[in-house]
Design a protein around this ligand. Structure first.
Ligand SMILES: [Zn+2]
Length: 113
């Protein structure tokens, strides 16, 4: 489950940011997760809970903002939405797609106290 490793790096970012801002507690952590990032939301929530234990973000609420997957379709010569990696172009059914967005996961922001 690679979500565990991802959650670890989220904790590092969150703790680093909180410390740099003189915070004692983190109340909300907002993550952006692309629909094509291959991060499973349920697994991510579970991993987050586990790795935040004993940290400043122990009681933090995890908010996940999902971003759409987008790709450039060669035959259509336009940008299209793709729900999942490996899906064909919704307009023409082609698999000649180049993913252009929705691939990453990042910490959007945190709320501290
Ligand atoms: Zn197309």
């Amino acid at each position: 489950m690679h979500e565990m490793a991802l959650a670890e790096s989220v904790r590092e970012i969150v703790e680093g940011t909180a410390r740099a801002n003189g915070a004692h507690r983190v109340s909300v952590v907002r993550l952006e997760i692309g629909r094509l990032s291959q991060v499973e939301l349920a697994a991510m929530r579970f991993a987050f809970e586990v790795v935040q234990r004993g940290s400043m973000a122990e009681d933090a609420r995890l908010e996940i903002v999902e971003t759409d997957g987008t790709a450039w379709c060669m035959p259509c010569a336009q940008s299209v939405l793709v729900a999942r990696r490996g899906d064909p172009c919704p307009a023409c059914g082609s698999h000649q797609l180049q993913v252009t967005g929705g691939e990453r996961m990042r910490v959007l922001d945190i709320e501290i106290q």
